[in-house]
Design a protein around this ligand. Sequence first.
Ligand code: RIB
Ligand code: CA
Length: 317
Amino acid sequence: MDRSPRPIIIDTDPGQDDAVALILALASPDELDVLGITTVAGNVPLPLTTRNALAIVELCQRSDVGVFAGCDRPMERPLVTAEHVHGPTGLDGSGLGHPTLEPSKTHAVDFIIAKIQEASPARPVTLCALGPLTNVATALQTAPDIAERIDEIVMMGGGFFEGGNITPAAEFNMYVDPQAAAVVFGSGVPLVLMPLDVTHQALTSPTRIKVFRDLQTQAGMSVAGMLNFSERFDINKYGGIGAPLHDPTVLAYLLDPQLFGGKTCNVEIETSSELTMGMTVVDWWKVTERPENCLVMNTIDDGGFFDLLIKGIGRIG
Ligand code: RIB
Ligand code: CA
């Protein structure tokens, strides 16, 4: 059994929940070999998602991990951002200043292609997609040969019985770039999906946020500040005492897949109707003959998930 760290690339649009996912990944060097972080326009415009990724790399003292800026808009549709959720900087509440690190001069898409093509078949690259799929889809269209070399794409996005969060039908990552999502779901690459049906079970709470704050580290204080900031929107929207913690579920799956349950299904993306644009149409009850192209998760051990998060964040000073 190969116990060497799994090679991954994290494609992300930080965003507070992306930031927590990045910290978890960077705090797990024995399990995850983060080859690089690629940024995409999503929660906030590309310059800010790139700046925010650099700030998290600096917080984790992992300047060995490069940050590569990618696509600044979706493949076809105008960019939709989410400052109303994440604040004007996209990382409000973090308490982090402007990073001193600079992004690489290499474009994210070129980096993704190169890393996948140079990977040995014994250690294929896993893509972790935490934002709109523009970079990933562009890489697949630019270099179709990479589709059979990718180990799997583990992504946060979509929803089925839980519906949408940016429209009644669509979740934000899929809605921002539905054409890119259609490319990815039609690529034949092994896919794992963490939809809202899972992440809405992974709720923060004052008690859970206090545990992060009580770590008494800059990372713990930053995570607590970010979750406090971003949860205000979701508490107001959904009620309840906490907010769904979306993107860290992707990295938690890589670290401990037993925390999750689901099944392989067909997933197609709506790209025609404005009413349901970006909807993930999940054939959960297998009422069609469409190919099962995705492992769709629908359960999470949220206690185990937060324990994993706290252990990981606690490893960062
Ligand atoms: O719908 C939640 C997703 O959209 C998360 O990835 C969040 O960071 C935003 O990108
Ligand atoms: Ca995200």
